[in-house]
Design a protein around this ligand. Structure first.
Ligand code: ZN
Length: 182
């Protein structure tokens, strides 16, 4: 299956941080598997008001995001594309998290997810609204995988700001900043 090579890579890279991820790792793997078997909000969205394409050249992830923003609310959101397990699970969970939220709340989640994934936000001590998305907190120890987890959020940011296309490697993207050691 498409996601398996990425998963194997995750297992290899996670070896060094096993001590930190003993318990969260089990939950993380369960969540990743669940969202890859049954991705939520996967498919096309008719009459989308906002769209964006996201690319992560380092892994080969490609994501197509479509939103229906009604008033100030994200009424509908779907994603399509070919990506590794981490990216797909992150996208699936993201659509669930932001559907029905205001643009402002969605932007807050984008900021918090990014801060968590890059290690700037310690979910154990600082207040946040990430809920189950905290299973991705271990990404900060896996610099090569951080961009896979962040890509959907990066693409959502682009869509909400009417940027048609974004890449984890582009310089003109407002979300672009050095991530980990990657
Ligand atoms: Zn990836």
């Amino acid at each position: 299956m498409h996601w398996w090579p990425g998963f194997a890579m995750f297992r290899r890279f996670s070896h060094e941080s096993q001590r930190l991820m003993a318990d969260p790792k089990a939950l993380y793997q369960e969540v990743i598997l669940d969202h890859n078997r049954k991705p939520r909000n996967f498919g096309r969205l008719d009459h989308a008001s906002h769209r964006a394409e996201g690319h992560n050249p380092l892994c080969g992830d490609h994501l197509s995001l479509a939103l229906n923003v009604e008033g100030d609310s994200v009424a509908g959101i779907t994603f399509e594309g070919e990506s590794c397990a981490i990216c797909k699970a992150s996208a699936s969970m993201m659509t669930v998290a932001v559907k029905g939220k205001t643009r402002q709340d969605a932007q807050q989640l984008i900021d918090e997810f990014r801060a968590m994934a890059t290690g700037e936000l310690d979910c154990g001590s600082a207040p946040h609204h990430l809920g189950r998305l905290t299973v991705f907190a271990g990404m900060r120890d896996l610099p090569t995988r951080v961009k896979c987890a962040i890509l959907p959020w990066h693409t959502l940011h682009a869509a909400l700001n009417s940027v048609a296309s974004t890449s984890t490697e582009s310089n003109d993207d407002p979300m672009n900043a050095p991530i980990g050691n990657a």
